[in-house]
Design a protein around this ligand. Structure first.
Ligand code: URA
Length: 233
């Protein structure tokens, strides 16, 4: 290459044209755990499906069929937060659609609450842990910004935390679920109540007074009464 043609290569780039502005691509931003997801990143809960289905903030993304974001009414007064998707949820992309979900629907229906109108359901983790193991603290932390965005966008008055993992994911509370279920916790203007996980109720079918199922029945009635007290039912 002659000296002159080498110089010509530099002429190809016009100096007076500014480069294209770097376009904001929300699909790419949060998918590494070292990149924070600031509140306000998303404008709707549906939008979360895009980054979550591309997400590798933790290792769970490697095995997912679908990220499981949420279902129900995105303007509901009650949000129910579970642990993580199981096999059926991973296959369908919807939370609580297996046996636990069936029981959860029945529990809600017993106090005339419906997922179409009154409830939005989601999980601490959006991807299924292998063999349905409990998500690790690192996996929970990696997924937490998505959950905080869901809480901000749905803006429920009441948040029900089903089971110990959901409690660990959001409350600074050392006591076990059997000690704190049915109690109200207040944080940033919202009411939180830990309740038993439906899978635990499936393993403990007794309905006797004092049994987990009986206690759940007390808790959903308390929730229903609170909703009425807040004028949201
Ligand atoms: N299905 C979910 O989506 N979450 C759970 O915690 C259990 C079953």
């Amino acid at each position: 290459m002659t000296d002159e043609s080498q110089l010509n290569l530099f002429d190809i780039t016009p100096f007076d044209a500014p480069p294209d502005p770097p376009s904001f691509n929300p699909e790419l931003i949060p998918t590494r755990a070292d990149i924070p997801i600031p509140p306000g990143t998303y404008t709707s809960v549906d939008e979360l499906s895009i980054p979550c289905n591309q997400c590798h903030r933790c290792g769970l993304g490697a095995n997912r069929t679908h990220a499981v974001i949420g279902r129900g009414n995105p303007q509901a007064p009650i949000m129910i937060i579970g642990e993580a998707p199981g096999q059926t949820e991973d296959e369908t992309g919807l939370p609580f659609v297996g046996k636990s979900g069936e029981l959860l629907e029945k529990i809600l229906a017993s106090v005339k609450l419906s997922t179409e109108k009154d409830v939005y359901i989601c999980n601490i983790n959006k991807c299924r842990p292998p063999g349905n193991r409990t998500p690790t603290p690192e996996e929970m932390a990696a997924c937490k910004p998505y959950l905080l965005e869901q809480i901000r966008l749905v803006n429920p008055a009441i948040i029900l935390l089903t089971g110990a993992t959901a409690v660990k994911g959001l409350l600074k509370e050392k006591r076990g679920i059997t000690k704190i279920r049915g109690q109200w916790f207040e944080w940033e203007g919202k009411l939180y109540m830990p309740i038993f996980h439906p899978a635990y109720l499936l393993r403990n079918p007794s309905r006797e007074k004092g049994s987990p199922k009986w206690l759940m029945w007390q808790d959903v009635q308390t929730v229903s009464a609170k909703l009425a007290e807040l004028g949201l039912k």
